[in-house]
Design a protein around this ligand. Structure first.
Ligand SMILES: [Zn+2]
Length: 129
C-alpha cells in the first residue's frame, strides 16, 4: 500500500497513479535502509562490519522474551510429529485466561467502566445534575 494512501489519501480513481512520486521515493528509501541493515544485529552494516569496530566497541545486552520461551517449551513437548510437520507448524501466543493485562494502562485513558458511563454522565450533566 502506498504511504500516502496508508496515511489518508483517498484511493486513486482508475487512471490515476497509485504511487505518488513521494511514495516511490519513500519505498526506495525503505528498500535501501533494509538493504543496508544487518539482519543479525539490526545495526547499519557500515557500523557492525567496519573492521575498526571489531574489538571493544559494542556491548551485549540480554533480555528474555517470555512469550518466545512459552513457545519453545510447547515446541519441545511435541514429539509425535515429523520434523517437517514441526517445521511447518506456526505458533503464536496469547495471554492465558485470567492473565490478560490492562492494555490501556499508562495511556492516560479513563478505565473502560468510566468510558462506558461517560455518555450517561454527560446526559445527567445536561439535565442539570
Ligand atoms: Zn550486524
Amino acid at each position: 500500500m502506498p504511504y500516502s494512501v496508508f496515511t489518508g489519501r483517498p484511493t486513486p480513481a482508475p487512471g490515476e497513479p497509485l504511487f505518488t512520486p513521494e511514495d516511490t521515493a519513500a519505498a526506495i528509501a525503505l528498500a535501501e535502509e533494509e538493504r543496508d541493515t544487518c539482519p543479525s544485529c539490526g545495526l547499519p552494516k557500515a557500523w557492525c562490519r567496519d573492521s575498526t569496530n571489531q574489538f571493544s566497541v559494542f556491548e551485549t545486552h540480554e533480555e528474555q522474551c517470555h512469550a518466545t520461551y512459552a513457545m519453545a517449551v510447547h515446541r519441545a513437548k511435541v514429539t509425535d510429529r515429523s520434523d517437517e510437520t514441526k517445521a511447518a507448524t506456526q505458533l503464536s501466543v496469547l495471554f492465558a485466561a485470567g492473565r490478560v493485562p490492562d492494555f490501556d494502562a499508562g495511556l492516560g485513558l479513563a478505565d473502560s467502566a468510566d468510558r462506558q458511563n461517560a455518555p450517561n454522565d454527560q446526559a445527567e450533566n445536561e439535565q442539570g445534575h
